[in-house]
Design a binder for this molecule. Structure first.
Ligand code: GFB
Length: 313
């Protein structure tokens, strides 16, 4: 089965974010019309506005990449925002897509949907088999609801709505704010600033022992387009890199790429979160897709983007 994007009107919800902008870049070679709507034009939290926008624009397909996102501290600090905003965005967009006859929709979730102590690597069937990681359970519950919305609209209305669960992402367009960002952009900024200022050390959060799997956002965008074109089923699909690394090792790698050679200190008042989060992406590999961008190469590119986008070059 294949869904042809050529000639279609394709709405990328969240096109200003890291994932949405990567999907827009990837779609440029697909011969489709890319529809976007900035927050000034369309508030995705506003049900009536979303319905009106869909009725007027009539997209054929939707990539649902809009979300309230952030790193471990942001998730832990703003549980209401992470739960409410994400529930509203996905419910509004999915219902409006159904009402206006959108033929195909891809919903983006996150690997934090899985139980904190899920056996590694984590298979899709691990969903809802145990308690969640407390620092991000609000975000996780919203994302689980998004998967269930896609399944429910498929079951009740026959909608071809699918879900992809990416692992931790990084790349151009990332958020480098030290309070709200994920670990990789934070390490890039910390190592760069320490190098420039001649500081003797950088401080990372937690023990450095948690392990994470990192996928470049351009690989994710390619996987999303691949799934949109080839996948049509009820079950969500993991999108990972296939290998993980400890936060301490990652810090060493980032420091090496950036050229910072000072000491690494730990702020143990900050949470570690899930001890390990490596996904099994065998289902996606079986469909014929594998990632291409290695971690060292990807970090170098992300550093380059950080320098040019923030005028530090
Ligand atoms: O990337 P991160 O914020 O999110 O943190 P999660 C990953 C690990 O890096 C944690 C450590 O163990 C952090 O304690 N870490 C070390 C740092 N230094 C830093 C730093 O300077 N900044 C940050 N942010 N972390 C998120 C979820 O979990 O993963 C989201 O909260 C989402 O909901 C996302 O699912 C993919 O991997 O722990």
């Amino acid at each position: 089965m294949s869904y042809d994007l050529n000639g279609k009107r394709v709405f990328v919800a969240g096109h200003r974010g890291m994932v949405g902008s990567a999907i827009c870049r990837r779609l440029e070679s697909e011969g489709c019309t890319i529809l976007t709507a900035g927050r000034d034009v369309l508030d995705l939290l506003d049900q009536a506005a979303v319905r009106a926008w869909f009725a007027a624009e009539k997209p054929d397909a939707v990539f649902l990449a809009a979300a309230k996102v952030g790193g471990i501290l942001a998730n832990d600090s703003w549980p209401a925002d992470f739960l409410y905003d994400n529930l509203m965005i996905e419910a509004n967009v999915i219902e409006a897509a159904f009402r206006t006859g959108v033929g195909k929709l891809l919903f983006l979730g996150s690997s934090c949907i899985y139980p904190k102590f899920a056996p590694q690597p984590i298979v899709e069937q691990a969903l809802l088999t145990g308690p969640l990681e407390p620092t991000n359970e609000w975000y996780a519950i919203a994302k689980i609801a998004g998967i269930k919305l896609c399944q429910a609209y498929r079951r009740q209305h026959g909608c071809d709505y699918i879900s992809a669960m990416p692992t931790n992402l990084y790349g151009p367009g990332d958020n480098f704010d030290l309070q709200s960002s994920h670990v990789l952009p934070a390490l890039i900024r910390k190592a760069h600033e320490a190098k420039v200022e001649g500081a003797g050390s950088i401080t990372i959060w937690g023990t450095g022992t948690p392990r994470r799997e990192f996928l470049h956002v351009d690989d994710l965008a390619d996987a999303c387009v691949f799934l949109m074109k080839t996948y049509s089923d009820d079950g969500h699909v993991n999108v990972g890199f296939g290998d993980d690394i400890s936060i301490a090792e990652l810090t060493g790698l980032v420091a090496e790429v950036i050229g910072f050679s000072g000491a690494i200190e730990h702020d143990l008042t900050k949470p570690d979160g899930t001890p390990r989060k490596l996904m099994d992406s065998g289902k996606l590999a079986g469909l014929g897709w594998t990632p291409r961008i290695g971690l060292r190469e990807g970090i170098a590119g992300a550093y380059d983007w950080f320098l040019s986008s923030t005028g530090r070059r």
